[in-house]
Design a protein around this ligand. Sequence first.
Ligand code: SF4
Length: 160
Amino acid sequence: MNYHNYYPVDIVNGPGTRCTLFVSGCEHQCRGCYNQSTWRLDSGHPFTQEMEDQIIRDLNDNRIKRRGLSLSGGDPLHPANVADVLRLVQRVREECPGKDIWLWSGYVLDELTEAQRKVIELVDVMVDGKYVHEQRDPSLVWRGSENQVIHYFKSDDVEC
Ligand code: SF4
């Protein structure tokens, strides 16, 4: 897997202070996509073991308390990304107790493959669906267009 950007301290992509990873690779080609430079799987930088370890360290670094990890892109559930993203979310679950995981994907929850579902079983919140330019609404929080749905799987404190 490649990634485009990693923000160790982020207050924009999800609730609270977070670590945010934008992966490379997206096959949805939404009109009006804000992040077309992430579409190619080989764009960005290789997601190395060091990078994975860094994210775990940052989440557990209490000098700047992070609420959790945000995964966006590109698409973290692109078939070519699923194995690496699964390993990362498994490590967050095992090594970062108390941290939540938010994931944005252009795939729709009901249509996920088995491999994609394994990732979603470990996240707290999924924002699903393509960005549909005709349904865009700048007043929406955590999503760009009305068709997208915020699925809260584990969080008690719904924020939208
Ligand atoms: S799913 Fe997101 S990254 Fe992919 S084309 Fe649509 S808006 Fe762009």
